[in-house]
Design a protein around this ligand. Structure first.
Ligand code: ADP
Ligand code: MG
Ligand code: MG
Length: 883
């Protein structure tokens, strides 16, 4: 096995495709070398070394030391320096790099190779004493923090005390002598903390740093991040060792980060930040405020001069050229890290840039229009889940806003919620069902859980490329970062903003698109669905096979879903129509009646209401298919709860309260989910199904008249286990259709079908299909009944199941393809074998989940049905599934 891959000087042993072995950073450093970009030479120690290290009780492969020596020598030849040479030292950075980027996970060590001897050589060679000692103090601080585990704060304290004493404001105010004095203090600190001196031997330093990278793969932060992002532990991390280039060599040097397009809006304009006379982390650390890369951005942001474009025009021109090369080469928006040393540009990293859902859309559409990618690629690129943030409301521009602070618009969208200061609080309040805004000084990977729970994130420090900003954009959560005017006192649970103390639990609103922090809750408005969104959806619609319908019962949901492109209703839950004001009493009368006569009297009151509901839905759907499910839930769900409610129903029925209470008690069940519900209601009380069927057919006649379009209702019978059940209920429906036809003189076209939501129904799908004209897989119930887990009780243990890897994901979120999925496939096959052209759909929550939609495509379903806000997600996911 080869453990080490070199790169630099226009060539490399690795390439872009080798990210599993070299990690993302290593593969791209190799690729940038291959295409002739200026990359400081270096080498990558592979992820296989990491795997070997953990498989062998933290020992390296025996050949590793030799390969590293050889690679160091090669870097030395390219740079004309030698690692550890006291007269002409090669300095390196040691950088981690896993397959998937893990922001902030493992810290980089810069300037490695410096010691009391080499620092003098660097000073002499550069003729810049200050630069040499600045580099040395950086190295001691970083190395001590990352490798020796001496807390960063100790060094900060010494530095801050010194600056205060000298009356300095910025780190750049310190002179060579100042840094030299601090280095001595730093070394004493290390000696005191560790009981041994700071390591002077460059090789000891190097192996210390390599070891720290590999160990950090198993630190708590990394483990949490991996489990949240579902990154397998077995992947391991690579280590990159690379010749240093110096952005801290005075005014003609700088370091920066940039995106080739705007990661918030997607605008095709170079976007980024840089700092003159600084090294790597300074840009993201928020110690000094970075400057924009381009002059346009500087002016737009009202930032003080200079931009990189003005300050170093030559390096800027070269940088601009390279960003274009990179975009064309990778055919995607890139996130780039670079350094300018004495006017010369060096590329230190490139990767596909994280972006908001909005940016993702715009970039995909524009790149397809530019001819960089195909339309199908554009469709494939956009994460359907990321559309979510576009479909959700933003702040109503007409609503009054009381601004209490302003920061950077780090991740767009808006959210209101209770202020919390820690991850624990965020999770607790969120699980109590209330939205939260996580307020932090700055965030680090330790805050990931809180960020996940939060509706929005507010930080005092950090720029557009800070940890909070990057993570929030990735998750599509609004974030305001760098709100410098606020004060965060987490210990006391107080946020000072806008001249007021906001306590834990107070409500604030964030506008991640403007960077505003607002008092209280602010009204939201519906999203804009034209432009790139419409274009991409049109491309997606041209590529998909499955239809996308919606689950809707109210006119507003139905209208919303049509705006989102729904091609019909796949599930209208009629029971939801009975909870409304003015109906629930009639419904209760029906349920509590002793006999059929009493029930029919109550049903007669419900009929016109149901008919009006259905007519409205048919009219909104204007000729598109509408599947209406007969009453499904256990009757006890409709029972009156309070004495007042009982009295109201008693008065309406002219019955005694005591009698009603007794009847209610009779209806209570041990296990309602498997109780008196679904078609069992229609079997026991056929008059309910008859009323509903009449309402459906009469509404169809009326809507066909009013819209001039034929209406073909699909009447769906729930919770069928046997063909006999469906036969009985279907007979009633058909009889009612005949009655309505006779009465109205209008010939009806309709279908009767069933839900497949019990394992027995799936198994006997062949015979059920003799009666059913369509199947709709009710995968919520099918999941409950197949796995034997009640969804409402699963919360107590399902998390543990997922953690322990028993389920890869919550089977109620993403369909269990192996188990529940096998029943779906089997029922689809048996059903279609019995009835050619049997229409198949899915109407559980899974209908809006991209992974489940891909499964539905493979099972050959005709359509998926999901909640209105998921319709665009489903359209895109269905297209991707068909690609
Ligand atoms: P991360 O994965 O956290 O971004 P990196 O390994 O990319 O960590 O290092 C962080 C920063 O350190 C880089 O963006 C760059 O500015 C700086 N850096 C890393 N290696 C070098 C190097 N060889 N020369 C100069 N700067 C470097
Ligand atoms: Mg980096
Ligand atoms: Mg069901």
């Amino acid at each position: 096995t080869k453990w080490v891959y070199g790169f630099g000087d226009g060539r490399a042993e690795g390439e872009q495709g080798m990210r599993n072995l070299l990690g993302g950073k290593g593969a791209n450093l190799a690729e940038m070398s291959n295409i002739g970009l200026p990359v400081p030479p270096g080498f990558t120690i592979t992820t296989e070394v990491c795997t070997h290290y953990y498989a062998h009780d933290r020992h390296y492969p025996p050949e590793l030391a030799g390969e590293v020596e050889a690679a160091l020598a090669a870097v030395g030849r390219i740079t004309g320096k030698r690692f550890g040479d006291p007269a002409n030292p090669l300095l390196v950075s040691v950088r981690s790099g896993a397959r998937a980027s893990m922001p902030g996970m493992m810290d980089t060590v810069l300037n490695l190779g410096l010691n009391d001897a080499t620092v003098a050589a660097v000073a002499a060679a550069s003729g810049d004493e200050r630069f040499a000692w600045d580099s040395y103090r950086r190295f001691i601080t970083m190395y001590s923090d990352v490798v020796l585990e001496v807390d960063h704060a100790h060094f900060e304290e010494i530095l801050e005390d010194f600056k205060e004493h000298k009356g300095y404001v910025l780190d750049t105010d310190l002179t060579a002598a100042d840094w030299k004095g601090l280095v001595a203090k730093y070394k004493t600190l290390v000696q005191e903390e560790l009981g041994k001196p700071f390591p002077q031997d460059p090789h000891e330093q190097l192996w210390g740093a390599i070891g720290a990278v590999f160990s950090s793969w198993m630190n708590a932060r990394a483990i949490t991040y991996r489990s949240l992002q579902q990154i397998p532990e077995s992947w391991g991390t690579a280590v990159n060792v690379q010749a240093m280039v110096f952005g801290n060599r005075g005014e003609s040097s700088a370091t920066g980060v940039a995106f080739t397009r705007n990661p918030s809006t997607g605008e095709n304009a170079l976007y980024g930040e840089f700092l003159i006379n600084a090294q790597g982390e300074d840009v993201v650390a928020g110690i000094r405020t970075p400057q924009p890369i381009t002059e346009t951005a500087r002016i737009a942001g009202g930032m003080p001069a200079p931009s990189m474009e003005k300050a170093m025009p030559q390096a800027f021109a070269e940088f601009k050229r390279i960003t274009h090369v990179l975009e064309q080469h990778y055919r995607d928006m890139q996130d780039i890290e670079f350094t300018v040393e004495a006017g010369k540009l060096w590329m230190l990293q490139t990767r596909s840039g994280k972006r908001t859902g909005k940016a993702s859309l715009r970039i995909a559409v524009e790149m397809a229009n530019e001819g960089v990618i195909t339309r199908a690629e554009a469709v494939a690129r956009v994460d359907p889940a990321g559309l979510d943030q576009l479909l959700h409301p933003t702040l109503d521009p007409k609503a009054a806003r009381q601004e209490i602070a302003r920061g950077l618009p780090a991740s767009p969208g808006a959210a209101s919620g209770e202020i919390v200061f820690t991850s624990e609080e965020a999770e607790a309040v969120k699980s109590a069902g209330r939205p939260v805004i996580l307020v932090r000084q700055e965030t680090s990977p330790e805050d990931i859980k809180g960020m996940l729970a939060a509706a929005g994130i507010l930080t005092r420090l950090g720029g557009m490329t800070s940890h909070a900003a990057v993570v929030a954009r990735g998750w599509g959560k609004p974030c305001v970062s760098g709100a410098g005017s606020i004060r965060v006192d987490a210990a006391a649970g107080v946020l000072h903003a806008g001249g007021k103390a906001w306590r834990r639990g107070d409500i604030i609103t964030l506008d991640g698109s403007t960077g505003q922090v607002l008092a209280g809750k602010v009204a939201m408005q519906q999203p804009e669905l034209s432009g790139e969104f419409a274009t991409l959806m049109e491309w997606a619609d041209g590529l998909r096979r499955m239809k996308v319908r919606t689950n809707a019962e109210t006119p507003s949901d139905a209208r919303q879903a049509r705006q989102f492109g729904a091609e019909g209703i796949g599930l209208c839950r009629t029971e939801h129509m009975f909870f409304e004001e003015g109906r629930i009493v009639a419904m209760r009368e029906m349920i509590l009646a002793d006999d059929e006569k009493g029930r029919r009297a109550a049903l007669a009151k419900l009929l016109p209401m149901q008919r009006a509901d259905f007519r409205q839905l048919f009219e909104i759907m204007s000729g598109l298919p509408v599947t209406i499910r007969l009453l499904d839930p256990p009757l006890h769900e409709f029972l009156p709860h309070t004495d007042e409610e009982v009295a109201e129903v008693a008065a309406a029925m002219g019955a005694s309260e005591a009698k009603l209470k007794a009847r209610a008690l009779e209806l209570s069940e041990f296990n309602p989910m498997l109780g008196f519900r679904g078609c069992r209601l229609a079997i026991a009380y056929p008059e309910i199904a008859e009323m509903q069927a009449r309402a459906i057919f009469e509404a169809a006649v009326e809507a066909a008249r009013s819209t001039g379009k034929p209406v073909t209702p699909e009447v769906m019978v729930p919770l069928v286990a046997t063909k006999a059940e469906l036969d009985l209920v279907k007979a009633r429906i058909v009889a009612m259709a005949e009655a309505v036809t006779r009465e109205s003189g209008v010939a009806l076209s309709y279908q009767v079908g069933t839900m497949i939501e019990l394992p027995r129904a799936a198994l006997r799908a062949g015979e059920i299909a003799a009666t059913a004209e369509f199947f709709s897989f009710g995968t919520n119930d099918l999941t409950q009944t197949t796995i034997g887990i009640s969804r409402d009780d699963a919360a107590a243990f399902l998390g543990t199941y997922v953690q322990k890897g028993i389920f890869a994901v919550d089977p109620f979120v993403s369909i269990d393809q192996e188990g529940v999925g096998e029943l779906v496939k089997l029922a689809a096959e048996r059903g279609r074998a019995a009835r050619a052209g049997l229409k198949l759909g899915i109407c559980g929550e899974h209908g809006g989940d991209p992974a489940s939609i891909a499964f539905c495509e493979s099972a050959g379903l005709d359509y998926v049905s999901c909640s209105p806000f998921r319709v665009p997600i489903a359209r895109l996911a269905a297209a991707q599934a068909a690609l």
